[in-house]
Design a protein around this ligand. Sequence first.
Ligand SMILES: Cc1ncc(COP(=O)(O)O)c(C=O)c1O
Length: 387
Amino acid sequence: MSFSPASIKSKLPRVGTTIFTTMSTLAQEVGAVNLGQGFPDFDCDPRLLDMLNAAARAGHNQYPPMAGVLALRQAVADKVNELYDASYDPVNEITITAGATQAIQTALTAIVHPGDEVIIFEPVYDSYDPVIRMNGGTPIYARLPFPDFRPDFAALRALITPKTRAIIINTPHNPTATLWSRDELNQLALILRDTNIVLISDEVYEHMVFDGVRHQSVTSIPDLAERAFVISSFGKTYHVTGWKIAYCLAARELMVEFRKAHQFIVFTVHTPSQHALANYMALRTHETLPEFYQAKRDYFLAQVAPTKLAWSRAPATYFALASYAHLDAYNQLSDVEFALKLARENGVVCIPLSAFYSNGEDNRVVRFCFAKKEQTLALAVDRLKTL
Ligand SMILES: Cc1ncc(COP(=O)(O)O)c(C=O)c1O
């Protein structure tokens, strides 16, 4: 008898090739401008590359401490203290991870047991649901209702049961480019107050908030911070998504459990990048990021204004949403069909918003990423005008 791979019971039977892969492959096949997946098409600061090279040349090439290079954890603690008036001990309360994706996976693995429920808000980033399931948990879907995407706290309260182990929020939010207000975080704190529910706060876009608005971090609200894993990504902030390096903040007892899982998932993270980032953080370039991305947003939205699509204002992140619901020539198409047509016939790749819903909710809206060089955006705009 030979081995039958089919005998393996899939842990993720419903997961196939994602729309992100499909759209990126299509972009290459048809030579379309790729404003689909969320990553920059420009390089990072050359000083960061020099620091990476210097760190490797200086011999920082063996395993660093399990929780990360202390100088980097200290730099993160200083930044968080300065921005959010929050105090995290770099020794016990900060861990460097292989991207935010691993931090989310590790936090969930540390706390979710079979039968637990984890509430997530849709439209939702695609990694949360499968990781909850891989740990034997059940994702419970709250909604950020279209078109404003504001949390509905009465509906959230109704979803909480004795089985609720955790809630995941994401602010600023991918894919809707919205962000939670302080008042909304306070309302969440009220709901969680007399519970043992853990909060996982995905804040990877914390430095991409525009128009003079300040990001409201869970770290700055003590009632939330005491029960929270707060996650941010160096990849997003410093234009190095391929380095896959991020961090997680949590109160000491939560972090003990996080690290138990972390040490057997990756143990630790690429050493030279950590030294490079520790040095680079002293240059405080995160302070110029809102201005940098706001200029891209303003350029892109001004240029696309004459197109037939209806654009949302994008107060945060590097995504902008566009609706075609009002266009009779197109609104019979599902958002997936529309995105495929836009790629094949107009040469621009975007992501249909239904990809972020468990039930395929389709409001005739697509997402564009404007973290691109001006010439890339200009080419995309010319092509969008052919719609
Ligand atoms: C909301 C959200 N969380 C997490 C991630 C993953 O970040 P990283 O590349 O650091 O794993 C992304 C990347 O697109 C994201 O949009």
